[in-house]
Design a protein. Structure first.
Length: 161
């Protein structure tokens, strides 16, 4: 376990962008700081139980990628060959499609950075034991992630995109 997670009681966060999306993705240091800002709220609303792994993880790694790359992971691990917005692995890995975020951000009239941050918060909530497979659970999770997003976005320094 890294000293950072042991001392703070929360995982160390790392964020990187694959080369295919590096120029279009939000700045990784900004996203890292924003997700670190969301971490306490995600830890606080942890659901308990064996799927609430966030507080026990030494590290959470977030990777920004394109639709083609996330579709490969989606096919390999979830038996669905289509691109998706975010995939969370309970060992502490979160994959985010910047291309999907671009489309959704345009459709919702949001900055790309805000949409990508939403996906990161979604992944952190999965690690905190939240599930979105049933409609009622999905609605509760969406409400929680939007509340965390609003708080973190308001506290984040301005960013383009």
């Amino acid at each position: 376990m890294s000293a950072g997670s042991a001392a703070s009681g929360r995982p160390v966060l790392s964020v990187h962008a694959l080369e295919q999306v590096e120029e279009r993705a939000p700045e990784v240091e900004w996203l890292k700081r924003a997700l670190e800002g969301a971490m306490p709220a995600c830890l606080q609303v942890g659901r308990g139980g064996e799927e609430d792994v966030l507080a026990r993880l030494p590290e959470v790694e977030v990777t920004l990628m394109d639709d083609a790359t996330i579709a490969v992971a989606h096919a390999e691990f979830l038996d669905d060959p289509t691109p998706t917005d975010v995939i969370t692995f309970f060992h502490g890995e979160i994959l985010i499609s910047v291309e999907t975020a671009e489309r959704e951000a345009r459709q919702r009239g949001l900055p790309l950075a805000q949409e990508v941050l939403l996906y990161g918060i979604h992944g952190l909530l999965h690690l905190a034991g939240w599930d979105d497979h049933e409609p009622q659970e999905a609605a509760a999770m969406a409400e929680r992630q939007e509340a965390i997003l609003a708080e973190v976005w308001a506290d984040s320094p301005a960013i383009e995109g």
